[in-house]
Ligand binder design. Structure first.
Ligand SMILES: [Zn+2]
Ligand SMILES: [Zn+2]
Length: 389
């Protein structure tokens, strides 16, 4: 039995989607020993490959042990080569093509973006303060409510009913209690206006000091815009992870962050349902830091803010829809409180704040759904732990 778990450990080091079971009693309690299992609906069905060729009864003999060791080593190397090799081939073959297409799109539509930004710029009469403060606030609200309108209709009416099968926590908030919802909407609008506008003004002056432009003539090139976006993502991960962990400090949590965690099964608008202090520290400053550091053009900052708003809406929406990023990690954070503090998951891995998550069923579901069969159907909870997962 121990051999079987060891085998999985070795495989997991070369297999990104495998749960890490190190130090996890929970996982062992919920997963019977591999040598007794029949293949089940595990995400990749790889558990048994390292042990299936060992003759019955030999699992516990020294020879059987060596065979398992050799087989799992070969298996690991093979899988590693397969994954790395395939990824390299695809990258080498496609990188030039992808870059060319993107650049062509950017170039061909360069006039389009230029004209659009000119229109926006002229709409504010070339007044930089209005564009930077009011323009940014209105734009952010438009993106947010546009993305959430559809989700709100779904959450309030339960229609179209066919989408309910994509719920991450199927028995929760169907439909959403109206009083809870209005309470959330009121705070969200307060955060977007009373809190958001002064912060937008402060960010405007800081960006001005950093030399950020908003002139249509200064729009960045495709490569520079892309490079900046990558920096924005990484800076936000650092800012959000540590400010979020600070919010969970026992001496702070109950005064500030508890508000956001009233929703153990979140919905889209909960992404900015937060105490105003938290809204500034975790929701506004981390995304603004990247553009400030890079001295970015306001148009690229808007593109980034739009992406960040869509991303956090998806992370909170409570549905694991096909072809959209997985919301499992942050949904799990709302369920368990002390897991998955970050956005990308990179710092959670570094600090081990995703150990419980990686041993959970939710982790098996945590990938891009490329079909229409709901995750819960593909990876159902074990009956005994349906409440705890
Ligand atoms: Zn949240
Ligand atoms: Zn939290």
């Amino acid at each position: 039995m121990v051999l079987a778990y060891d085998a999985e450990d070795t495989i997991s080091s070369n297999h990104l989607c495998q749960p890490n079971i190190n130090n996890c009693d929970n996982y062992q309690a919920n997963n019977p020993p591999l040598v007794q299992q029949t293949p089940h609906a595990h995400r990749c069905g790889r558990y048994l490959e390292a042990t299936r060729d060992v003759p019955a009864g030999m699992e516990f003999s020294p020879i059987g042990g060596i065979m398992v060791q050799v087989l799992r080593l070969v298996d690991s190397v093979r899988k590693c080569l397969y994954i790395v090799g395939t990824a390299l081939l695809v990258l080498v073959a496609a990188s030039n093509t992808i870059t060319w297409h993107l650049q062509r799109f950017w170039g061909a539509s360069g006039d389009f973006w230029q004209r659009k930004w000119e229109n926006i710029y002229n709409l504010f009469g070339g007044d930089h303060f209005s564009l930077g403060v009011i323009g940014t606030t209105v734009y952010g609200m438009m993106v947010f409510w546009f993305a959430n309108l559809f989700l709100l209709i779904l959450d309030m009416t339960g229609k179209p009913a066919t989408l309910l099968r994509y719920k991450v926590q199927p028995d929760k908030n169907v439909p959403v209690p109206r009083d809870q919802l209005w309470r959330a909407i009121r705070l969200v609008v307060f955060n977007q206006t009373v809190v958001g506008i002064p912060v937008a003004a402060a960010v405007y002056y800081i960006m001005k000091m950093r030399g950020c432009s908003m002139l249509p003539a200064d729009l960045p090139t495709f490569h520079w815009a892309l490079f900046e976006l990558i920096v924005f993502v990484l800076v936000e991960e650092i800012g959000f992870y540590y400010s979020h962990r600070l919010m969970h400090h026992p001496k702070i949590y109950k005064y500030i962050h508890k508000r956001h965690h009233e929703w153990t099964a979140p919905i889209g608008i909960v992404s900015i349902y937060a105490h105003p202090v938290e809204h500034v520290l975790s929701n506004l400053i981390p995304p603004a830091l990247g553009p400030i550091l890079m001295g970015a053009h306001l148009a690229n900052a808007w593109l980034w803010f739009g992406l960040a708003l869509l991303s956090t809406t998806v992370a909170h929406c409570g549905y694991h829809f096909p072809f959209l990023p997985s919301p499992e990690a942050h949904d799990y954070h709302h369920l368990k409180f002390n897991q998955n503090y970050g956005v990308l998951g990179v710092l959670d891995r570094l600090h081990g704040t995703d150990n419980m998550f990686r041993a959970s069923k939710a982790y098996e579901r945590h990938f891009l759904l490329l079909g229409f069969t709901p995750m819960l159907q593909q990876f159902p909870d074990a009956p005994s732990k349906s409440k705890s997962e």
